[in-house]
Design a protein around this ligand. Structure first.
Ligand SMILES: Nc1ncnc2c1ncn2[C@@H]1O[C@H](COP(=O)(O)OP(=O)(O)OP(=O)(O)O)[C@@H](O)[C@H]1O
Ligand SMILES: [Mg+2]
Length: 398
């Protein structure tokens, strides 16, 4: 029994994980009607790949997962003839990735997606490859030696074991690439017939816009240009916007869809929907109600992921401190008490921050957490250079 079961929930209602692309995800995703519409319309109608930009923890991954699921659902329920089928789990690009290694990774997942969607595609008249042929490739020696690691439904072989793997001639790396590209072309001859939706998430992992641009320009033709694949690129801190404006990527990537923090007016519905989805009985014990969550959301700088994490941590604290009864009386007050305790712990752990630096910190917090070097006078300094060491000691303490 988990703590959540004890409280009367089937699972953690404050999970900081992204919302999944499924029916439950559709219920959990609140306040994104406009963004959902834009992203799905784009995926259905544009020849450029959509990009999504927004601050950390705002809900980008969740938005893309639910949009992709809705498109798949439309096809499965025959509301649409366009087969837009998400490849589960986003891809990530790291600085040591090469075009060849990334393309290989993508095409392996495409091959798996052909197996997963085989029956649906065939039944709707699509020219999808036979799963037996796909299985032969996934069980071929090139994947055994490189450890492709895919489970094939054909006799349950896996590409990493494969004592019974296909050892006949003709299975080569180049052959695999050509074969999968042909499958894609034959199955999805035009954008309006559909394609697999692939996401590259967390572009900010590439750290600088320059390296992100270089890598994406490198994969432009061989990965982003592959017929039958619809890409969604997601990132934080302006990286997507800067990449999408590269001259070599214009006409390939669309202007970013900006995902802003969920407005406070939606927070109550957001939390009550979560509690409703996960509660198994009407008398489940709510550790963070909508009022408490709104407070944590504000404190966490409108970062939903942070607010979820704080709510989760607070729930553990309540149970550890046998405070469930007190929470029913005044939930808000208890959140305040927990935050004070947490702040004291952080303060005790902080070394190397002098009195003047703490004054800077307090002022910074009062003005909303941001400043620029030219604002030194507001902080009582004579120059930017005089303020700098105090900011640095705060940065070092993070
Ligand atoms: N529209 C929404 N309604 C309800 N909950 C949401 C919504 N969007 C996101 N969440 C929740 O907020 C948290 C953060 O979401 P998500 O991981 O999608 O954000 P992100 O922008 O991709 O974050 P990161 O910058 O870390 O990649 C998760 O707990 C998710 O379940
Ligand atoms: Mg994300």
């Amino acid at each position: 029994m988990s703590l959540w079961n004890d409280l009367g929930f089937s699972d953690n209602p404050y999970s900081p994980r992204p919302i999944q692309g499924d029916e439950q995800g559709v219920r959990l995703l609140i306040g994104r009607e406009k963004e959902l519409k834009r992203l799905t319309t784009y995926l259905k109608s544009s020849d450029t790949h959509p990009t999504v930009e927004g601050p950390n923890g705002v809900g980008k991954t969740s938005l893309v997962a639910v949009s992709s699921f809705l498109l798949k659902k439309d096809f499965l329920e025959e509301n649409s003839q366009q087969a837009l089928l998400p490849i589960p789990e986003p891809f990530q690009l790291t600085p040591d990735e090469t075009t060849t290694s990334f393309k290989r990774k993508v095409l392996l997942r495409v091959a798996q997606a052909f197996i997963d969607n085989h029956d649906t595609l065939k039944s709707r008249g699509f020219n999808a490859p036979d799963s037996e042929r796909v299985g032969q490739w996934l069980n071929s020696p090139i994947f055994n030696s490189k450890g492709g690691g895919f489970t094939s439904p054909i006799g349950g072989l896996t590409a990493t074991h494969g004592t019974t793997a296909n050892t006949s001639a003709g299975f080569s790396e180049d052959g695999f690439v050509t074969t999968v590209l042909t499958w894609l072309r034959e199955c999805f001859p035009t954008n309006s017939t559909g394609g697999f939706i692939c996401t590259i998430d967390n572009l900010e992992l590439l750290e600088t816009s320059k390296s992100a641009r270089a890598l994406l320009e490198g994969i432009r033709d061989e990965v982003l240009g592959v017929k039958g694949l619809r890409w969604v690129l997601c990132g934080a801190r302006g990286i997507t916007r800067s990449v999408a404006s590269s001259p070599r990527l214009q006409g390939v990537l669309a202007d970013p869809l900006l995902v802003n923090p969920i407005a406070e007016e939606h927070i109550e519905r957001l939390i009550s929907e979560r509690l409703g989805v996960f509660a198994v009985s009407s008398d489940a014990t709510v550790t963070v109600n909508s009022e408490g969550f709104s407070h944590l959301y504000r404190v966490g700088g409108s970062n939903l992921r942070n607010a979820m994490k704080y709510s989760e941590d607070f729930s553990f604290w309540v149970v550890e401190n046998d405070a469930l009864d007190r929470i029913k009386e005044n939930p808000y007050e208890l959140i305040e008490a927990w935050m004070v305790e947490l702040a004291e712990l952080y303060e005790a752990d902080t070394t190397g921050v002098g009195g003047r630096a703490w004054e800077v910190f307090t002022k910074l917090a009062l003005i909303g957490g941001n400043t620029s070097p030219s604002q030194y006078e507001e902080f009582g300094f004579e120059s930017n250079q005089a303020m700098r060491p105090h900011l640095r000691s705060l940065e070092d303490a993070i």
